[in-house]
Ligand binder design. Structure first.
Ligand SMILES: [Zn+2]
Length: 144
């Protein structure tokens, strides 16, 4: 192999590495944004729920329907948030403790919170970057 070919190959692999890293950052920032959106929406819904409960107590009116709707919405939002956090942790190659649910850094042998021995997650459970991106876009498009 000539020196020129060698340099070109190295340059190409460097570009590939940067490209992959940039893609990774983009996906993660999208997930973080989605996570933030959901948490904002959640705190809004919790406030509304508090308000409705207060009104129900003080006025004696029946707000069960509103409360039910808000509780359903909050449950759905919490499920979405859990999914996103799970994907964020996976994109950062963190491992979820099977006992307490704490996310531990890559390569951790024991859980940082409860000390349980970390079982390495099977590789086929990892999401690909494309899947992460699709999922992030799906969430961002949704009208919560
Ligand atoms: Zn743990």
């Amino acid at each position: 192999m000539s020196i020129m070919e060698d340099v070109l190959l190295n340059a190409k692999s460097a570009v590939d590495t940067v490209g992959r890293k940039a893609g990774n950052v983009l996906d993660k920032s999208k997930l973080r944004l989605a996570s933030l959106d959901i948490r904002t929406e959640l705190s809004k819904k919790y406030r509304m729920l508090g308000r409705v409960c207060y009104e129900a107590q003080t006025t004696g009116k029946n707000y069960d329907k509103n409360i039910e709707k808000l509780v359903t919405a909050i449950t759905e939002l919490n499920n979405e948030l859990a999914k996103i956090n799970d994907m964020l942790a996976k994109s950062e190659k963190k491992t979820k403790c099977t006992v307490c649910g704490t996310y531990n850094n890559q390569g951790a042998v024991f859980c940082s919170k409860c000390g349980t021995k970390i079982e390495k997650a099977p590789d086929d459970e990892d999401y690909s970057q494309d899947e992460l991106l699709d999922f992030a876009e799906e969430i961002m498009d949704e009208d919560v």
